[in-house]
Each structure stands twice: as C-alpha cells, then as structure tokens.
Write a protein of this length. Structure first.
Length: 178
C-alpha cells in the first residue's frame, strides 16, 4: 500500500513496470500501482507464460463445443425430450423456449463442475485430467495415452470450428444445417 501511495506524489518509483507513467493533477504515477490494475497485469503475465493454463482452457472450450455440436445435430435430427418446449430446432430460440427453470438448472450444473474442478486448473497435474476417464486409459502405454491426448485436442479444435460454423450458418440462413 505504501508503494501505491508513494507513486501519487513526485517521488520517483523504482518499479520496472513496462507501463508508461501517467499524469494526474500534476502528479505522476504508473498504472500498475493501482491495486486493481496490478492484479490484472500480474494475472495477464502469468497466463501468457503459463501454457498449462492455456492448454486447460483449450481443452475445456473444446469439450464444451463437442457437446454443443452433438446437441445441435441431435436437435436438428428431430430427437428431443418429450414436451412442446423442447421441439424448437432454432439454436438461439431454443434457449428461450425451455424457460427460466431449465436454464438455471443448466447454469447450476455448469457452476458445480467449475467449482469442483477449479483447483485443478492452477494446481499440479495434467491439463484436462479431471480424475475420471471411464477406464478407457487404464493399463494403456505412454504412447497410446499421448496419442489419445493428441486426438482429443484435434477433435476439440475441429468442434470449435464447427460450432462457429453452425452459429454463422444459423445467423445467416436461419438454420444450423442446410
């Protein structure tokens, strides 16, 4: 706190921060000394140098897109839960047609998974390993596990591209599948 307060007067600061000095009412300071910006700058540099966090993010978004694309394809094929509110095949309209309660259940489910896996993103361990694999990798060789991890990344990236394509197709032409 003293360092932050000292930067508001004309006292030179010994910070090696790359951010430029700013002037405010004749007093010079560096943006990084503002407490909220210091956290942002610090976290941004951690993310940029921490490829483990980036890999977690890529896998998480890819898995979500894989689920979304499968959901879009199933819904477009006419397979849905019983009830009139689940028959909407419009990707954007379906969210509104199921109602507030169903959307809050989905939101709560996502929140529960995020809370349960939050520490795995920043702790030790392998990116993407949530602790359950259904026994698929049990007894597998290191080469087979590396191959499966590579296949998952490739499928995640493909699903992210497909998801963007489905969104663009829907926005332009009103339907996800031609």
């Amino acid at each position: 706190m003293d360092r932050w307060l000292a930067t508001w007067d004309s006292t030179p600061c010994d910070c090696k921060c790359p951010l430029p000095r700013q002037e405010n009412e004749g007093k010079s300071y560096r943006q990084c000394h503002l407490p909220f910006l210091l956290r942002i700058v610090s976290r941004s540099s951690d993310i940029q140098t921490d490829l483990k966090y980036a890999r977690w993010s890529e896998i998480k978004h890819g898995r979500i897109c894989m689920l979304a694309i499968v959901g879009i394809l199933v819904q477009q094929a006419g397979i849905h839960l019983p009830g009139e509110q689940f028959t909407n095949t419009d990707i954007f309209g379906a969210v509104d047609s199921v109602g507030f309660g169903a959307n809050m259940q989905i939101f709560a489910g996502i929140g529960a998974v995020e809370i349960a896996t939050f520490n795995k993103h920043y702790g030790e361990g392998e990116p993407g390993d949530l602790g359950f694999d259904g026994g698929q990798l049990k007894g597998a060789s290191a080469d087979k596990i590396a191959l499966r991890k590579e296949q998952e990344i490739v499928h995640c990236r493909l699903a992210m591209i497909a998801f963007l394509g489905a969104m663009g197709q829907t926005l332009l032409f009103g339907q996800a599948l031609p």
